[in-house]
Write a protein that binds this ligand. Sequence first.
Ligand SMILES: Cc1cc2nc3c(=O)[nH]c(=O)nc-3n(C[C@H](O)[C@H](O)[C@H](O)COP(=O)(O)O)c2cc1C
Length: 390
Amino acid sequence: MANAWFETVAEAQRRARRRLPKSVYAALLAGSESGQTYRDNLDAFAALGFAPHVADLPAKRDLATTVMGQEISLPVLISPTGVQAVHPDGEVAVARAAAARGTAMGLSNFASKPVEEVVAANPQTFYQMYWMGTRDSMIQQMERARAAGVKGLIVTLDWTFSHGRDWGSPWIPDRLDLRAMVKFAPQGLSRPRWLLDFARTGRLPDLTVPNVAEAGQPAPTFFGAYGEWMQTPPPSWQDVQWMREQWAGPFMLKGIGRLDDARRAVDTGATAISVSNHGGNNLDGTPATIRLLPAIVGAVGDQVEVLLDGGVRRGGDVVKALALGARAVMIGRAYLWGLAANGQAGVENVLDLLRGGIDSALLGLGRASVHDLVPGDIVIPPGFTREIGA
Ligand SMILES: Cc1cc2nc3c(=O)[nH]c(=O)nc-3n(C[C@H](O)[C@H](O)[C@H](O)COP(=O)(O)O)c2cc1C
């Protein structure tokens, strides 16, 4: 067999594209409308440069940090993603990989694996929820996650139900019944290795979301739960405050881009925020998160842990975000490509690549620790940053 190890995230993405049925790959690629935000997340990182030294460099570099009370061995966490059918072990494989590499796992409530199994694989798991359903059902979900032993709650606030993509949206069935199988067969058969992975487990890809099941009820399908979410009136800041009060432990608000929203997040008593545009899957035209980061760090960085996600593909990207004030970053597609390419080992491979890249950048910049990075380590082109909201 060819060497399963890949040397960059771009190569993992190529392998994922080759291995996955077309619609599954397209569901991972995601993005919305024209893909402007998706591209800007990547282009903005590429527009930043480094200002390296050549001597007096540190022989050893320290990558460890803490996020929401959890000690992690590198400043990279798994961002929650609600994607099904990539790999039979799904979120459990990702959780194992994160645990093996000493970092924390964000688990989406749209995930395909029960929170109890994921926490067993990685005790450093944060549970992510959207504002959906009734207050009672949200409390039930939080209590279940707490009982499972999760270490914190992530509430994702940015979603506008924008579904069109200029390059076309994939067809994904509600459940894999016989009719769906017949329709899906040509795609599945064109990717025999992916099918074989599932065939070995004796199970079909599961398109249900077990963590949002009402007590004693079977898990709803992904689209059943999504429909309920669409019917739920969007939350006010009072609702977010209510959620924070229900959850006594570490609490992150994900999806912040504006300064006023960052301040409101602090007012709720959040432990952390993630500057995020949902990886460009949400409102197209929202600026790249790395452009928004410096202003937000300036406004609230001394009151709340500020993380960033969106467009991180290299260790160098992580270092750029940290130099501009992020405490850590979260990754989405990078680990999904790794999972698709080579299961748990593929996710470990991605985390190893990021670790290696962070270490190289620290060496070049002459920084012995991720905590020593400063904006002066980065070359920022004129007009790069964006400040939105008062
Ligand atoms: C396929 C896919 C599914 C996602 N599902 C969720 C989700 O269920 N909850 C959530 O908070 N974010 C979700 N996200 C957003 C990620 O958590 C993260 O914000 C984004 O992927 C970061 O950008 P990147 O993919 O460029 O790293 C999803 C992203 C992708 C690509």
